[in-house]
Design a protein around this ligand. Structure first.
Ligand SMILES: [Zn+2]
Length: 123
């Protein structure tokens, strides 16, 4: 239910922002989700749509932009993207390793975020 709590947080954020800005109707929201955020984007979108029901954001479009991962390897100095197979259902259970030397001594610089980037609303 990881996706549910994240979606819940995003929805609360959207509704808060809409309220503060006197938004009458939210038209769309844009999210940025990192490749390594361990989130199922379809599920997040689904829950957001569900939680929007009955609020000023009901029916709003949910756009998701995937943020490419960027890692730094402490062993060989590799810097760059991960070779992620997005279709592999088990990829979330495998610890991330350096694509060059397979070391697990890596630092994730980018790709774990899940941020609400933009809200489009009418006043
Ligand atoms: Zn390495």
């Amino acid at each position: 239910m990881h996706e549910f709590s994240i979606s819940n947080e995003i929805v609360r954020n959207v509704l808060d922002t809409a309220k503060k800005n006197n938004g009458k109707k939210v038209l769309s929201v844009q999210l940025e989700i990192g490749e390594l955020a361990l989130l199922n984007v379809e599920q997040v979108t689904f829950w957001i749509h569900e939680l929007f029901k009955g609020t000023v954001a009901e029916g709003a479009k949910v756009k998701v932009k995937t943020i490419k991962a960027r890692i730094r390897c402490e062993s060989c100095g590799y810097k760059g993207g991960m070779d992620l197979d997005q279709k592999d259902p088990f990829r979330h259970f495998i610890p991330y390793a350096c694509p060059k030397c397979s070391s697990f001594q890596i630092k994730v610089e980018k790709g774990r975020e899940c941020t609400l980037r933009r809200i489009q609303a009418v006043r």
